[in-house]
Design a binder for this molecule. Structure first.
Ligand code: HGY
Ligand code: MN
Ligand code: MN
Ligand code: MN
Length: 415
């Protein structure tokens, strides 16, 4: 007989599984790309949750959505959050877990404050955010909303970024009614909880990860230009085949990665578009994006340099023009020691244990860590998979994470 979960835990799981139904895909994933109708539906869910508790909801100029709880007058906000947008055919936990956990942590704190459980009057107010377009699947670069908020990216410029169909961020946000004008809240500190998307916590049986550093990541945005011609009538010696060139670029990215010790550098080309994309036409143009990541920025830099010099060889061999540019570059960074020690104190208080861990995945905390004291927490991922329908985290780990985030936020609010 399973022991009954506390009411708070049941309430969280009910909300989490309800949101997972929005944009649900056949094999338990979700497809809720930025500024799509599915994204709008989760935003409506977020707004209803907040407004039903009397919290103020704001939307800023790049679609970031905030729920504000005023616990004390004239004070900045402890901000909890993550993102509700997903990858195409993505997982239902990535991002969404952290937003719903943030809302439930805020709800528990609001109830504690209203019942006088606070050791003293809160020092700060509390807010929860659903960041716009963390995933960058539809609109690149990724981590867009929080990077604009942190002043790392320019709002006007990001609003004009277009998807593969030529729709701009501005047009897409207008179409779902989320191109806001509201003032952004002042932030005292930021805390985010997220699935690990790796295997370490699961393998070690530890329920909480304290993120102490993020990997260096960048993309290479590559355009291969050849010459369109007939796949039958054109002599092989006359062909300038952009897709053949692109295939060799993809192979070289992988071969360069293999030059480094295993798992030192990770890379993949996950996006490719082809023109004109006809079976009897030699391709004129291919656009592809290579993702390069390493703990050590020098590894990424030397791999990038090697790939660029190999591209020159492929260009000459096939009579192509290949343009490659650095894109979405995020320097590796450390998370503050104070936040790690706070996490370890909460782990002691709750008896959960925690271990320090680096993140290879990008997160909104990577942007927020540039402007505010930041705490980043992980919960285990089953099999370490993510950005796929198979992504999974266990209810008990999610429940532990919400309780943990609540304690972290409680201490931050009474800082
Ligand atoms: O870049 C990342 O790893 C994140 O999923 N956007
Ligand atoms: Mn994420
Ligand atoms: Mn993701
Ligand atoms: Mn040949």
């Amino acid at each position: 007989m399973t022991t009954a979960l506390p009411a708070d835990a049941t309430a969280f799981l009910t909300d989490f599984h309800a949101v997972a139904e929005i944009g649900a895909t056949p094999n338990a994933g979700v497809d809720r790309q930025a500024a799509t109708p599915e994204d709008r539906e989760t935003r409506e869910w977020f707004r209803t949750y907040a407004e039903s508790r009397g919290w103020e909801v704001r939307v800023d100029g790049i679609g970031n959505q905030f729920a504000l709880l005023n616990l004390t007058s004239n004070a900045p906000y402890v901000l909890l959050g993550s993102h509700l947008d997903s990858q195409p055919l993505g997982g239902r936990f990535d991002g969404a877990y952290g937003v719903i956990a943030g809302l439930h942590a805020a709800d528990r704190i609001a109830r504690r404050v209203s019942t006088g459980a606070a050791p003293h009057a809160p020092t700060y107010n509390l807010a929860v955010v659903n960041w716009f377009n963390e995933e960058g699947g539809r609109f690149a670069p990724s981590i867009m909303g929080s990077s604009v908020f942190a002043g790392i990216m320019d709002e006007a410029e990001m609003r004009e970024v277009r998807d593969l169909r030529g729709i701009s961020v501005r047009e897409a946000l207008e179409s779902i009614g989320y191109l806001g004008t509201d003032e952004r809240p002042d932030i005292a500190s930021y805390a985010e909880i997220h699935i690990e998307q790796g295997r370490i916590l699961e393998r070690e049986g530890i329920p909480i990860g304290a993120v102490d550093a993020s990997w260096h990541t960048q993309k290479l945005d590559i355009e291969v230009l050849g010459e369109q011609s007939h796949t039958g009538a054109t002599l092989m010696s006359d062909r300038h085949d952009a897709l053949l060139g692109a295939a060799k670029v993809i192979q070289r990215v992988h071969e360069v990665t293999d030059l480094f010790p295993p798992e030192t550098l990770v890379s993949s080309v996950g996006q490719l578009t082809l023109e004109p994309n006809s079976p009897i036409v030699v391709a004129r143009r291919v656009h592809l994006v290579a993702d390069l990541r390493a703990d050590d920025r020098e590894v990424v830099r030397s791999a990038r340099d090697k790939i660029l010099s190999d591209i020159r060889e492929i260009e000459a061999e096939h009579g192509l023009v290949i343009n490659a540019r650095d894109f979405d570059v995020r320097a590796n960074q450390l998370y503050p020691e104070a936040g790690l020690q706070l996490t370890e104190q909460v782990a002691d208080a709750l008896g959960t244990g925690a271990r320090r861990i680096r993140t290879m995945a990008g997160h909104d905390s990577v942007a927020m860590n540039r402007i505010a004291p930041t705490v980043m927490l992980f919960i285990p991922s089953v099999d370490g998979v993510s950005h796929c329908e198979r992504e999974f985290s266990r209810d008990e780990d999610m429940v532990t994470g919400v309780e943990f985030l609540t304690e972290v936020a409680w201490r931050l609010v009474h800082g």
